[in-house]
Design a protein around this ligand. Structure first.
Ligand code: ACM
Ligand code: ZN
Length: 601
């Protein structure tokens, strides 16, 4: 899009923004800063009034030890003379908290989750320089989330991430106050959860043999691949997440996306197989047979084990992209439709999903599914994850079903986040940070009295083309910060304010070694000028980062000039191509970003 001159004026205003804003993401409900600071010293103690707060106390001390090589004394006490206090206070609702820093003390108040989030806010205020004393701004923050569900999904089915990688992702989620980890554990391309009653699910279903074509590019990697989580590992991850206020919702995708299960147990398909764990991507015809009673027993046995591992009230059963061609011709499916008086395969899918919902209900759990579970009739009480645009989520909310909004157009973080020519190969789409940020889950098409059925938002990371933890970082961050902000902060949108806070916050991730996508320099836009002399004003997108540029077509990585202040361009008939890279304080370098400056015709 071409920007007008107002675009340039705005960037003048943001040039010094990093020093004015506290780099908090998501933005708290209320922040009042006072002049002055508080410096921690060797006499600073951490006090807490209740044993519940002890895990936060230990968390803070671990952070201080890792980052500044200091360990503070801790004490159970109600008095806080010169220290950091965690005050469990049940009068705070759910995840709400207050954080006050004055010239002598830090006080965090909240119930269990609130104390953890007050601590996360405090960590975001910690200085970046490890050699410096720990100096904090004086501030009063009162904060609570807008939505109760703030999620991120990892597709571990298509690509297996290790326990450590998964925990690190949970760490990063919780740092931004995301509280729900949707763990997509099964796919055509891999079954990742140990089920003791059906060992072949992981012995066969967890492994892709691959074609041994050593394709070094990310496109259609057909290399051998596999892995699964033992039940012991799953319990460990669930506990780890719970300590960070993250609930894990496991997903077993059914009746479609189930080829890995059918490769292990083909008797639960319509045709009997044989099948191979999928090596490429795409929607498969072979799905669970909904006409075979034994399929239901198999699935219920799996759910029985699943619910012993996951305390989550809500269990995700998938339900997306089930091609039903096999059902149309399968004698068992046809017989089931006759017996149950179902008029078509959509109603058969609805029957299948209703049975799962009833089964989960009988175990005290609740079913969540992708929006296709609405086809043929929605099971009573089912929660819906709206992904095919916004429409299905809107419809489900208007039908008084709880909905998590994750429209692919705004929340699919596997989509491109910049021009495809300068991005690593991805599945497609167009989803820059600003577009994610501007998503508003409460559509005006939802009746006012039904808006409460939208319980939150979620960013999804599908792994067709994400095969390393480093690329996962790249796709997730910083867009997951925008998801967190939508989920937590009020509905008011101000992208300039957001990107300034992101720019102040990303150095923390840089220091942690997170391979986030470095945003474009602020102010870099294609532009048509009325005058031949043009001053281009750029701002580094991250505090402490530097911009290097060329205007002669050369690679700014090799021959770039350090940008220091307004860049004077003399425009002729030929547009000027401004090419930039951004280098972070830790030395990471962005893609090359380009903008074209031309004279208005
Ligand atoms: C989906 O993207 N198939 C839920
Ligand atoms: Zn069948």
């Amino acid at each position: 899009m071409k920007k007008t001159i107002t675009g340039l004026l705005f960037f003048l205003c943001t040039a010094s923004v990093f020093s004015q804003e506290l780099p908090l993401v998501p933005k708290p409900s209320s922040v009042v800063t006072q002049p002055g600071t508080l410096t921690l010293n060797s006499k600073t103690e951490i006090v807490y009034n209740d044993q519940v707060a002890l895990q936060d106390v230990l968390f803070l001390n671990q952070f201080l030890s890792d980052n500044y090589n200091i360990t503070l004394k801790t004490k159970k006490s109600k008095k806080n003379k010169n220290g950091i206090e965690f005050r469990l206070d049940k009068s705070f609702k759910g995840e709400a908290y207050a954080l006050t820093i004055n010239d002598r003390t830090v006080t965090i108040q909240g119930d269990t989750a609130g104390l953890f989030y007050g601590l996360q806010t405090l960590l975001q205020l910690m200085p970046l320089d490890e050699s410096a004393t720990v100096t904090l701004p004086q501030v009063t923050i009162k904060d609570e989330p807008r939505f109760k569900y703030r999620g991120a999904m990892l597709d571990a089915g298509r690509y297996f991430f290790t326990v450590e990688e998964t925990k690190r992702f949970i760490d990063l989620m919780s740092y931004y106050k995301l509280n729900t980890f949707h763990w997509h554990l099964t796919e055509d391309g891999g079954w990742r959860i140990e089920i003791k009653k059906y060992p072949l699910l992981t012995q066969i279903g967890a492994w892709r043999r691959g074609t041994n074509i050593n394709n070094s590019s990310d496109e259609f990697d057909r290399l051998p691949h596999g892995g699964f989580y033992s039940q012991k590992e799953i319990k460990d991850i669930v506990k780890y997440a719970a300590a960070r206020n993250v609930n894990i919702i496991p997903e077993i995708d059914m009746p479609g996306h189930s080829l890995s299960a059918l490769a292990a147990y083909p008797e639960y398909s319509c045709t009997g197989g044989p099948f191979k764990v999928l090596e490429l991507w795409g929607i498969q015809s072979d799905i669970f047979c909904a006409g075979n009673e034994k399929t239901y027993t198999f699935i219920e046995d799996i759910l029985d084990e699943l619910i012993t591992l996951f305390p989550s009230q809500v269990i995700h059963i998938g339900g997306d992209e089930a091609h039903k061609d096999r059902w149309k011709v399968c004698p068992k499916c046809k017989a089931k439709m006759v017996a149950e008086n179902l008029k078509d395969v959509n109603e058969l899918q609805s029957y299948f999903i209703h049975r799962l919902s009833t089964y989960l209900g009988s175990k005290g759990r609740r079913m969540l599914g992708w929006d296709e579970i609405m086809e043929g009739g929605l099971a009573p009480g089912a929660m819906v994850m709206g992904w095919r645009g916004e429409e299905s989520g809107i419809k489900a909310a208007n039908m008084e079903h709880e909905v998590v909004m994750t429209p692919n157009s705004s929340m699919y973080l596997d989509y491109y986040q910049g021009k495809s020519s300068s991005e690593p190969f991805n599945i497609g789409g167009d989803l820059p940070l600003e577009k994610v940020y501007n998503y508003e889950p409460l559509s005006p098409q939802i009746a006012p009295d039904k808006q409460k059925y939208i319980i939150g938002v979620q960013g999804n990371l599908w792994m067709e083309f994400i095969h390393t933890a480093s690329k996962l970082d790249y796709m997730a961050f910083p867009r997951l910060l925008a998801v967190a902000e939508i989920g937590w902060s009020d509905a008011h949108k101000d992208y300039d304010d957001f990107i300034a806070r992101v720019g102040g916050n990303l150095p923390h991730l840089d220091k942690e070694g997170v391979n986030f996508r470095i945003p474009e320099p602020l102010g870099l836009h294609d532009f048509e000028s009325n005058t031949t002399h043009l001053t281009v004003l750029l701002t580094p997108p991250i505090k402490g980062s530097k911009i290097y540029y060329t205007i002669n077509g050369e690679d700014p990585m090799l021959n770039g000039t350090l940008y220091t202040s307004g860049l004077q361009l003399n425009l002729t008939d030929k547009p000027v191509e401004l090419k930039c890279i951004v280098r972070t304080k830790e030395g990471r370098v962005s893609n090359t970003y380009t903008a074209s400056y031309s004279l208005k015709k």
